[in-house]
Write a protein that binds this ligand. Structure first.
Ligand SMILES: Cc1cc2nc3c(=O)[nH]c(=O)nc-3n(C[C@H](O)[C@H](O)[C@H](O)COP(=O)(O)OP(=O)(O)OC[C@H]3O[C@@H](n4cnc5c(N)ncnc54)[C@H](O)[C@@H]3O)c2cc1C
Length: 428
């Protein structure tokens, strides 16, 4: 099942090794302190440091240790609710504004990578969103047909009879193509962002956990595992790893483990047969599978959720492989070279949230789709800290909900997953 050189760590770390710990001294005072050195934190830092603010980014582990170097490398618009769901809750104008933010986040990510010359295998390969039953195929087709005219969406349907031109399997019932969605090497992207933040003058200190935030007359006094730092403004960029440091935010995000494997190299002919167009792929299940070829098209990177409780990557690996083999029986004897997991941050309304309370800023809750959006909202946060009006986003105006008795530990996860799997087994 596992290759001899199997690694229980992200495949992406082979190309972009995590940064090693450096003996940097914690400054006593900064203009902006950013907690969390993933895409959100680094994009915010690039803005504030380029805006001449003395900027410090800290991370409890190494910079990038969270989702930003562990994800599946699929870049979408990140908006999970359908247009009609949003329209029902917020009205047409707000639904449009949210969808447009999704499009802008995708556009921004590609443009930023090109303009800043970041070497991270960004490719506009398009997404094949596969219908796992006929009812979902019809639902997808209706959603695409009734998309708001103003969005100028270019998505289109692929019937089951033509599916093999997209994906070498008959498991699905057709699907939709989203041509602008892209693939990326997530850790190489993160490494590029680290370089840009450094160049802009930001100080980045790894293995420095924020332990306590105290508001005072000068701004904030933050106790960290490396000492105390004072900051005028603080940005919380901890997403799925948001903890007791910020109890109010912890009550609003639901950390859920997502699991990924990389296969050993599968050979060019087989890859051409299974994934001929190099698309990123996701499916319509509530408990979704997402997969893609590696940037060099040698391996398949396959992710999803395979157990009710959180699991060990050594145990989740074979289960994911089993799911992969059901889609592509040709891969039954292909071994696993890497298996890993990370915590995504779901929210009670399936939307991401941005906010500020007297100098304490945050952006989080990307619901498993934050490669583009986290960077985009990180940039917006940085602009907000600088007091720039272009920093405003519709996400600032949406209430960040919690639920009674929820303190940050999703006790309802197992029963919810059982329910979702049951729904996934029906043709609805
Ligand atoms: C397995 C997996 C697959 C995914 N696949 C995709 C995908 O294909 N496409 C997509 O769009 N999205 C995907 N995502 C989601 C995406 O990776 C995230 O939305 C995005 O990386 C969030 O970035 P971030 O900077 O907000 O958070 P993170 O990158 O998670 O960074 C948060 C950081 O905060 C630090 N931190 C927490 N508490 C403290 C503290 N007290 N003091 C200091 N530091 C602290 C953590 O150590 C961590 O490094 C996936 C996520 C996972 C886990």
């Amino acid at each position: 099942m596992f290759t001899q050189d199997f690694k229980e760590q992200p495949y992406w770390w082979d190309r972009s090794a995590p940064p090693t710990e450096q003996d940097t001294e914690l400054p006593k005072k900064v203009d902006v302190l950013i907690i969390g050195a993933g895409y959100t934190g680094l994009h915010a830092a690039i803005q504030t440091a380029r805006g001449s603010r003395n900027t410090l980014v800290i991370d409890a582990k190494h910079a990038g240790w969270g989702c930003s170097t562990r994800n599946g490398g699929q870049v979408s618009t990140s908006i999970k609710p359908s247009f009609s769901e949003l329209e029902k809750t917020y009205g047409k104008d707000m639904a449009l504004a949210i969808y447009k933010e999704g499009d802008k986040s995708l556009q921004f990510t590609g443009d930023f990578i090109k303009q800043e010359n970041i070497d991270c295998s960004y490719a506009e390969v398009g997404c094949f969103h596969a219908a796992h039953n006929t009812a979902q195929y019809e639902k997808l087709a209706r959603a695409i047909e009734h998309q708001a005219f103003e969005l100028q969406d270019d998505a289109y349907m692929i019937p089951r009879s033509e599916q093999r031109s997209e994906l070498g399997t008959d498991t699905y019932f057709g699907g939709a193509i989203f041509p602008k969605h892209a693939s990326i090497d997530p850790a190489a992207y993160h490494k590029g962002l680290l370089g840009k933040a450094h160049e802009a003058g930001a100080n980045i200190i790894s293995y420095c956990a924020a332990e306590n935030i105290n508001r005072d007359k000068n701004g904030f006094t933050v106790k960290t595992s490396k000492g105390i730092v004072q900051a005028n403004k603080v940005i919380i960029a901890t997403n799925g790893y948001t903890g007791s440091l910020t109890p109010r935010l912890q009550r609003r995000v639901i950390p859920i483990g997502s699991y990924v494997i990389a296969t050993e190299p599968v050979g060019k002919d087989l890859m051409d047969q299974l994934m001929p167009k190099n698309r990123i792929v996701s499916d319509t299940r509530k408990v979704v599978y997402y997969y893609r070829p590696s940037p060099d098209r040698s391996r398949i990177i396959f992710g999803g959720r395979v157990s009710l409780g959180e699991s060990d990557p050594r145990l989740s690996g074979p289960k994911l492989h089993n799911s992969l083999s059901k889609i592509f029986p040709e891969l039954e004897n292909t071994k696993i070279s890497h298996s890993w997991m990370g915590y995504v941050a779901f929210t009670f309304d399936s939307l991401m949230h941005v906010g500020e309370e007297d100098g304490l800023f945050y952006a989080m809750g990307y619901c498993g789709s934050g490669v583009g959006m986290a960077g985009y909202l990180g940039k917006k946060l940085g602009q907000q800290v600088l007091g720039l009006k272009q920093g405003k986003t519709p996400f600032n105006t949406i209430k960040f909900q919690t639920r009674p008795l929820y303190t940050g530990k999703p006790w309802f996860l197992a029963p919810s997953l059982m329910y979702y799997r049951f729904i996934d087994s029906l043709n609805i």
